[in-house]
Ligand binder design. Structure first.
Ligand code: NAD
Length: 295
């Protein structure tokens, strides 16, 4: 079966990227957020990103046709005829646990729910539905349109047919999945969250400034971005929520969030999404830098 209508819930950094990729690969996206303003901004940003993609990549993109495939809504009811769901809402169990039972009521019984979570247990999320066999993790990488590989997470009850459906769905997006087992953080974020947190400790301990930490990773290891630039791209609020969840799940102090991270989230310095984090993205925002927040 071909997937035609995809429910994309959450219009933040990830929902936007998933929506753009679906539209570029001929699928209709039922794009949902509780915040109408977030949806509106996300659709505008997708339009701009499609235009840029057309300019910078070798493939040409029909921006108008792509945009016509994105259907925004603030109610879940439009999902009654969705073929597949990708959930990308805020990384909080208390928020996600409200959504899944509602989705379960509205969506067709055969529909799979893919949770784009950074660290939350897929097995637990599946238990919030009456279809645990149809629930899996689909950890897209940011920015979604540019990343060819996705971590697929098999929950304790995830059926093999669901994994096959996920692989077919990703193939339609011109992506490939790597299947991993379900332990909080899976593969990528169990390592990445620790790396970003440790890089923040370096700034906190005044061993080096953010620019210098990132430069060492870019120049010495050939990384496309340093760990603090990666934290800014992901969103420092999402990094903090992920570390807190890892800390609670493993009860291991190695996941303790650095106080500087907590302070920056309190100050609203969330990275690219607010214009400032460890680096500055819009010169107009005259709020404190990471270094002055450290002092
Ligand atoms: P974000 O904070 O940028 O956006 C979350 C969006 O969800 C917001 O627009 C919010 O209004 C919306 N939302 C919250 N509750 C909702 C509800 N009940 N119904 C509909 N919409 C709701 O988050 P993000 O960075 O896009 O991350 C989304 C998910 O993807 C998280 O679970 C995160 O851990 C995961 N993830 C993030 C990254 C990343 O690089 N940011 C990478 C991989 C996975």
């Amino acid at each position: 079966m071909e997937f035609k209508k995809i429910g994309v819930i959450g219009a933040g950094a990830m929902g936007k990227g998933v929506c753009q990729s679906l539209a570029m690969h001929g699928m209709d996206a039922l794009f949902i957020d509780i915040d109408a303003g977030a949806l509106h901004n996300a659709k505008d940003e997708i339009g701009e990103a499609l235009g840029m993609h057309s300019l910078l990549q070798t493939e040409s993109v029909d921006v108008e046709a792509c945009m016509s495939r994105i259907h925004c809504a603030t109610s879940l009811n439009v999902l009654e005829d969705a073929d597949f769901i990708v959930e990308n809402i805020t990384e909080k169990e208390s928020v996600k646990s409200q959504l899944y039972p509602a989705l379960d009521e509205i969506c067709r019984a055969d529909v799979c729910f893919a949770a784009n979570t950074s660290v939350i247990s897929i097995t637990k999320m599946a238990s919030w539905t009456k279809r645990p066999q149809n629930v899996l993790g689909m950890h897209f990488m940011n920015p979604v349109p540019l990343k060819p590989v996705v971590e697929i997470i098999k929950g304790h009850c995830t059926a093999d047919t669901t994994l096959h459906a996920a692989q077919r769905f990703l193939k339609q997006m011109n992506k490939k999945g790597v299947i991993v087992k379900d332990l909080p953080g899976f593969v990528a974020n169990r390592v990445l969250m620790l790396t970003v947190n440790e890089a923040i400790w370096l700034v906190h301990d005044c061993v080096a400034q953010a620019d210098e930490v990132d430069r060492i990773f870019r120049s010495c290891f050939g990384h496309a971005m340093g760990p603090l630039e990666t934290g800014d791209l992901i969103g420092l609020d999402t990094i903090l929520l992920s570390l807190e969840s890892l800390y609670q799940n493993y009860k291991d102090p190695k996941f303790r969030p650095c106080p500087l991270l907590c302070k920056m989230v309190d100050a609203g310095l969330l990275g690219r999404k607010t214009g400032r984090g460890f680096h500055e993205y819009f010169a107009k925002n005259a709020i404190p830098t990471a270094e002055s927040a450290c002092a």
